[in-house]
Design a protein around this ligand. Structure first.
Ligand code: ZN
Length: 200
């Protein structure tokens, strides 16, 4: 059910110790994901990202988090979670339209970065999107240091981070997924839940 903008959603209920978060390619919009209960279709990777074994991941329910819709209104979505029976730790699979620990969907943040300030979703969340942008700027130097030449070309100054990521990855969603999958970071920070299991 859609809720008015500004509805307070607990984004942090999934900070359970040792939990791992993955971002999987999802071509649905948040609205489609919620309407079709797409979290029920999520299957874990064959190789467990926690222990490296096969066949150890069991369905472990879901957790709820907020996600903004195209209109900018906030909806609640379920994220699929699995339990590694070898370690007792959980792994969750966040669809790629969502940003880790952030309420506003990737496409709206991208529109903001593109200067499309007339869009309704951007207007609803302008202050929060400015905050996202600032966080991305602060983390930019670290991001470029980690990525290095990994995107096939020399990284620019952190002030031109978004054009660089756009050229390399195509979108905020694709950049985020690639950063998490290949480099264990997001656009904004390094989170423990994205680190390789062997490093924890
Ligand atoms: Zn496992």
């Amino acid at each position: 059910m859609a809720r008015p903008a500004g509805y307070c959603v607990n984004l942090y209920s999934f900070f359970d110790v040792g939990a791992v978060q993955r971002i999987y390619l999802c071509n649905l919009t948040p609205e489609e994901y919620v309407a079709t209960e797409a979290h029920r279709q999520v299957r874990p990777e064959e190789i467990c990202p926690i222990c490296g074994e096969c066949d150890c991941l069991q369905s472990h329910g879901t957790y709820d988090r907020g996600i903004t819709q195209k209109t900018g209104l906030v909806d609640s979505m379920c994220v699929a979670r699995f339990l590694c029976v070898e370690t007792g730790r959980t792994v969750s699979y966040l669809p790629s339209f969502a940003l880790s620990y952030r309420l506003v969907q990737a496409a709206t943040f991208e529109a903001f970065l593109e200067g499309r300030l007339d869009r309704r979703d951007v207007q609803r969340w302008t202050e929060l999107l400015r905050q996202y942008s600032r966080q991305m700027g602060v983390f930019g130097a670290e991001l470029l240091r980690v990525v290095g030449g990994g995107f096939g070309r020399a990284p620019p100054a952190s002030s031109s981070l978004w054009p660089y990521l756009k050229e390399a990855c195509g979108s905020v969603a694709a950049a985020t997924r690639r950063l998490v999958t290949q480099f264990n970071i997001t656009l904004f920070a390094r989170y423990q839940c994205h680190q390789p299991a062997t490093a924890t």
